[in-house]
Write a protein that binds this ligand. Structure first.
Ligand code: PLP
Length: 432
């Protein structure tokens, strides 16, 4: 955390107190250089492997500006819905550099993806493969697809965000033979071109061995597909999942740690290809959380303070589960600081509550802060991923604006909602 001479926390050279004066709270603030640095780090490190491509998993934080930045940083983007696809395309993001995901892509979303010419669709069910085939055939196209497999690797992370355990709604299981059957079917479909395999073993992963073990399993499967069908995988997409720092207890990772994740992955790919006699595939990765999480801070104004003697003290802020539902969903930990008194020593443990009518609406419990008063500015760190993208209008609260800061300048990239925005689609039938 950076602090200026006034004792105020700064982000990207901007004083957080001044950001509040200009944009109000709650406010999502992103350090643009940090986002660019992570995108560049992944791109450059992957280049050490050989041919590869980074796709930013945009479900972590999606808005036009981030797609524009990804394009400038020469990386691709993953989308998981028609809405994300639309946002990317309307920001001028090249369709060829988009990879479309989803465990239940709607027929309409498949049509939109094929029509716009997305570079890859990751197939996650056989019924969906038939829909892609039809959509491509109707347009006289051949759609490149990857097959999502579940290699059965359990990454060490929170159970709710794991996706590659044997019981998962994502991917065809390698263990029970369904991945092989699916590969066979994809190779039969004339308007699909299977380029390789995709897997994603979870999120918030810190053990680099997980990436190596998963790659090894995926290559064993690729070798089996070569033996069974003479199919040589051209591409391997290893997903995302690289961990980030939220709070005390999490490892604070530096550039070298992220490089080490990738080197563990591509070291295993290179070694596995040698062992199985496979050509080195084009390697893809899909980092989401780690691209923007630590670049993001949410600013709130402290309001009501309630001390329940002998139990706990609650600081209520002007945001809550409508701008950050992650405590409600996963009991996620965060770190908070008083941004207007950032130089002061923490002296008490408090719980930070949101303003929604839900007892569970908390941002964090037992956060260590200086004694706060109504009007203080609270900054919650590492909120750049899965916060804005999971925001809602619960209690008809407005989704806050997003600003990007860089070199002491702040630029609005998403306007805050107004009451009119919230009620925009409401209709009053005549008899009401
Ligand atoms: C969520 C997801 C990612 C990104 O995961 P992070 O943990 O945010 O890096 C990548 N690929 C797929 C398929 C995903 O579902």
């Amino acid at each position: 955390m950076k602090i200026n001479e006034k004792g105020h926390m700064t982000v990207g050279g901007c004083d957080c107190v001044e950001l509040r004066e200009r944009f109000g709270t709650p406010l999502y603030v992103f350090d643009e250089e940090k986002i660019r640095a992570m995108m560049g780090l992944y791109r450059e490190t992957l280049a050490e492997y050989g041919e590869g491509k980074v796709y930013y998993a945009s479900k972590a934080f999606s808005c036009k500006a981030i797609y524009a930045i990804a394009k400038q940083e020469k990386i691709g983007a993953d989308v998981v819905s028609g809405g994300e696809l639309y946002t990317a395309l309307s920001a001028g993001f090249p369709a060829e550099d988009i990879c479309m995901h989803g465990n239940n892509k709607l027929p309409r979303e498949i049509e939109e993806a094929v029509e716009s010419g997305v570079g890859r669709i990751v197939v996650d069910s056989l019924s969906e493969a038939e829909l892609i085939e039809e959509a491509a055939k109707a347009r006289g196209k051949v759609q490149k697809v990857l097959l999502r497999i579940n290699p059965g690797v359990e990454a060490h992370t929170h159970a709710y965000v794991q996706t590659a355990t044997p019981d998962s709604k994502f991917g065809f299981s390698v263990a029970d033979g369904s991945a092989k059957e699916a590969a066979k079917r994809l190779l039969e479909l004339k308007h699909l071109r299977l380029t390789g395999f995709h897997y994603h073993i979870g999120s918030q992963i810190f053990e680099k061995e997980s990436f190596a073990v998963a790659a090894e399993k995926a290559l064993a499967f690729a070798a089996e597909m070569k033996r069974a069908f003479g199919f040589e995988t051209e591409e391997l997409n290893a997903g995302g999942g690289f961990g980030i720092w939220y709070a005390e207890g999490d490892p604070a990772l530096g550039e070298e740690d992220y490089r080490a994740f990738l080197r563990a992955l591509f070291g295993a790919v290179t070694a596995g290809c040698g062992r199985y006699g496979l050509k080195k595939p084009r390697l893809m990765i899909e980092p989401g959380r780690s691209v923007g999480a630590e670049a993001g801070v949410t600013l709130y104004t402290v309001g009501a303070i309630r001390e329940i003697r002998g139990v706990r003290k609650y600081l209520a802020v002007d945001g809550g589960m409508f701008d950050n539902p992650r405590f409600c969903l996963y009991r996620s930990k965060y770190t908070a600081v008083l941004a207007n008194r950032a130089g002061e020593k923490p002296e008490e443990l408090v719980s930070v509550a949101g303003k929604c009518c839900e007892s569970g609406d908390l941002i964090g419990v037992d956060m260590n802060l200086p004694k706060a008063n109504r009007g203080d500015l609270l900054a919650v760190l590492s909120t750049g991923a899965y916060n804005y993208s999971m925001a809602s209008n619960y209690n008809r609260n407005a989704v806050p604006p997003v600003v990007f800061v860089k070199n002491g300048e702040a630029r609005l990239v998403v306007k805050g909602q107004t009451y009119e925005d919230i009620a925009r689609n409401d209709l009053l039938p005549e008899d009401l």
